[in-house]
Design a protein around this ligand. Structure first.
Ligand code: G16
Ligand code: MG
Length: 557
């Protein structure tokens, strides 16, 4: 290859970079990506940093699959990367002796459908049957389909709640390769590393055979999901409830409406300008119900309608956020609050099996389970771990607004069945003249106020996260909120997770596996003296504010 790019200014490293970029470009099946890279090369050295970033490494399976910005090169989501990922996946499935079809779903993001179709053609090209979802549908419908269709594996093209410029690739295994607890769950080690190795071993993309489009699934899969979702609830229970809902410009709307109708609820009022899928997510800064302001339109609608409950899904509808009416407005529940409400509800309903959450979620679930004598388990962050906590899983949740209320139906978090179950609980309480807030008060009085918060730092430069973690490791706090730190637990080298504990507080710090963010999960526990919940709540709230400041100082952020 002749290199003539302003040779005086191009260093040795850049020569290597240009060679890699040229090689990738030549093999890239997408003309738009090719011209994007060509332009970056042509504009060197001004584009050195950008080009380096594009080739900094391949995307890897993080907390929830491959995820990254839509852009050309190995460190982005594009047709070349998807072709390679699909080819690696089907090779690995074959090498493992996996039998059965690959089922493929997609959300409404830019590129999602094209990536799903490409995945199907790579599968059929390798002789593996492919089944493609009939239209844009929620992630939990794909996770359901992996189980319901006896698939060898599943792929969901989605970047969930990430910004519009991102996309991603979630991979699920069927029972044969995933085992009973991993049947229809997202991949974990060693499968993820095995698949990554197979992806790296894919040679020229031009040599990857492309077959037909696979089988387009009909509406039966959707109807099957809706029926099963409605069956998660107790038939004939109270259904009187006014609900406001938003799919947040994502794909949850149709499924939620159908599931609520099938379960006997009145169809929720939907935020009109967020009802249809829109890859630009035009009315929200980030389409993530955890982000400030994302639920504003929902809460306005809930207020106008005098709703009992406001529910939001994230754009791929595997998360569920809930807000409840309080004096003078609406209060979004934290994931930990809804998690313990749902667990408490299922325990009362007599649902047996293990109740699970993650090490970054509230400690209240463990205390509730101990008091009620039900099995409890804790796992690393991510639903791929939660659902494997036990084969006989009753329920799993994580603080990041994820809930699995029906593990025999969907072995992943499911924002639709979670919405139905919280509606069932709210309707039941309403029939008794009580509210979700009342149940939270009872639980806090019994177990103490478990107040949680998250310090989340978004970075432009990923190395900032490593530096902040380094500072916390080198100079951990001796005290927090005036109490001695009694335990420092570091999960390195296996997991980049650091925990500090005092008598009344716990802090867990880790980098996000899905976004360029550092996350510190804060919890303070404040006993309720003589039934004075208000005092305990305000103490806990003040303590959280101080703890946030102390941890920010420890991290230097
Ligand atoms: O994006 P989703 O809705 O699929 O959610 C994904 O990301 C969340 C945040 O992960 P992290 O803290 O590593 O960014 C995880 O808790 C969740 O289990 C995972 O499925
Ligand atoms: Mg999601």
């Amino acid at each position: 290859m002749t290199l003539c790019y302003q040779s005086l200014m191009v260093s040795e490293v850049d020569v290597d970079l240009i060679e890699r970029a040229e090689a990738w470009l030549t093999d890239d099946p997408d003309p738009v990506s090719r011209s994007e890279l060509r332009e970056l090369i042509d504009r060197l050295p001004a584009t050195t940093a950008e080009l380096r970033d594009r080739f900094a490494g391949p995307l890897t399976f993080g907390t929830a699959g491959l995820r990254g910005p839509l852009r050309a090169g190995p460190n982005g989501m594009n047709l070349a990367v998807v072709t390679q990922a699909a080819a690696g996946l089907v090779t690995w499935l074959g090498a493992q002796g996996g039998e059965g079809p690959l089922v493929i779903g997609y959300d409404a993001r830019h590129g999602s459908r094209e990536f799903a179709e490409r995945t199907a053609r790579v599968a059929t090209g390798a002789g593996r049957p492919a089944m493609v979802m009939p239209r844009t549908l929620p992630t939990p419908v794909l996770a359901y389909a992996v189980r319901a269709l006896g698939a060898v594996a599943g792929v969901m093209v989605t970047a969930s709640h990430n910004p519009p410029q991102d996309n991603g690739y979630k991979v699920y295994l069927g029972e044969q390769l995933g085992g009973p607890a991993g049947h229809g769950a997202q991949i974990v080690p060693p499968a993820d590393a095995g698949i990554e190795a197979a992806i790296r071993a894919v040679g020229s993309l031009a040599a990857v055979p492309l077959g037909g489009p696979g089988t387009l699934l009909d509406d039966k899969i959707f109807q099957g999901y809706v029926r099963s979702a409605a069956n998660v609830l107790i038939e004939g229970g109270p259904r009187e409830l006014t609900i406001a809902y938003t799919p947040m410009h994502g794909v949850g709307g149709e499924t939620v409406e159908a599931a609520f109708a099938a379960a006997g609820f009145a169809v929720p009022a939907v935020v009109a300008d967020q009802a249809e899928p829109d890859p630009e997510f035009p009315t929200v800064a980030f389409p993530n119900p955890e982000e400030p302001g994302a639920m504003d339109r929902l809460l306005a609608l809930a207020g106008t309608n005098h709703a009992d409950l406001a529910i939001a899904n994230d754009p791929d509808a595997d998360r569920c956020a809930v807000a409840i009416p309080v004096a003078g407005g609406w209060r979004p529940l934290r994931g930990d609050e809804l998690g313990v409400l749902l667990a408490d509800h299922l325990i009362r309903r007599g649902v047996t099996g293990t109740y699970a959450t993650t090490i970054v979620s509230s400690q209240l679930l463990g205390r509730l389970c101990a008091a009620r004598g039900v099995p409890y388990a804790e796992t690393l962050t991510g639903f791929k771990w939660i659902v494997r906590a036990a084969e006989e899983l009753a329920f799993g949740y994580e603080e990041a607004l994820g809930y699995c209320v029906a593990p025999a139906m969907v072995r992943d978090k499911d924002g639709v069945t979670a919405a139905l179950t919280v509606a069932e609980l709210a309707a039941q309480l309403r029939a008794e003249g009580r509210t979700l807030g009342d149940r939270l008060d009872e639980l806090a009085t019994e177990f103490g106020v478990h107040a949680t918060d998250q310090l989340s730092v978004r970075v432009d430069d990923l190395s900032e996260i490593g530096r902040a973690m380094g500072r916390a490791r080198q100079a951990p706090p001796a005290t927090l909120l005036g109490s001695p730190v009694t335990e420092i637990a570091d999960l390195l080298p296996d997991n980049d997770v650091l925990t500090f504990r005092t008598a009344g507080a716990r802090v867990v710090i880790r980098p996000s596996g899905t976004e360029p963010k550092l996350k510190a999960y804060l919890e303070v526990v404040e006993p309720v003296a003589e039934g004075d919940l208000e005092t305990a709540r305000s103490r806990a709230a003040a303590a959280l504010v101080s703890l946030r400041g102390e941890i920010a100082a420890t991290l230097g952020v």
